[in-house]
Design a binder for this molecule. Structure first.
Ligand code: SF4
Ligand code: SF4
Length: 115
């Protein structure tokens, strides 16, 4: 369960646009019908919400290890992709509650996972 503060890919929404009102977060509004997953552009989100529901992340997916969509995303050039992967690995090992406890100290969508 992400509590809507964690993006499907491991990005932490709670200190990003959700805070400033510039972005509703990756997974909010789909279960209420306020947002339509058919209009989403992110392949990860489309897959994750369609398959697992809007309160989950890819950390909950049984196909995580062999998912080409996700591994392709994490393989992109850019520091943030590795950090999102690190976050999702942390969630897989420790759960969302432990992740959120740490992530709430960040100023953006990723940060140090050292407690
Ligand atoms: S990249 Fe996709 S899965 Fe990750 S937070 Fe953005 S919309 Fe969600
Ligand atoms: S198949 Fe890939 S993108 Fe879809 S929910 Fe599973 S890990 Fe996420």
């Amino acid at each position: 369960m992400s509590g809507h503060e964690i993006g499907c890919c491991g990005a932490f929404c709670g200190r990003c646009g959700m805070l400033t009102g510039t972005c509703p977060g990756c997974t909010t509004g789909y279960e209420t019908g306020d947002r339509d997953i058919a209009k989403a552009r992110c392949k990860i989100k489309i897959c994750c919400i369609s398959k697992l529901g809007s309160t989950c992340t890819c950390a909950d997916c049984p196909d995580y290890q062999r998912c080409n969509i996700l591994q392709g995303f994490y393989g992109k050039t850019g520091y943030k992709y590795k950090k999102y992967q690190e976050s999702l690995e942390f969630i897989r090992g420790n759960g969302c509650a432990a992740f959120l406890k740490i992530a709430k100290r960040w100023n953006g969508p990723y940060g140090s996972l050292m407690d």
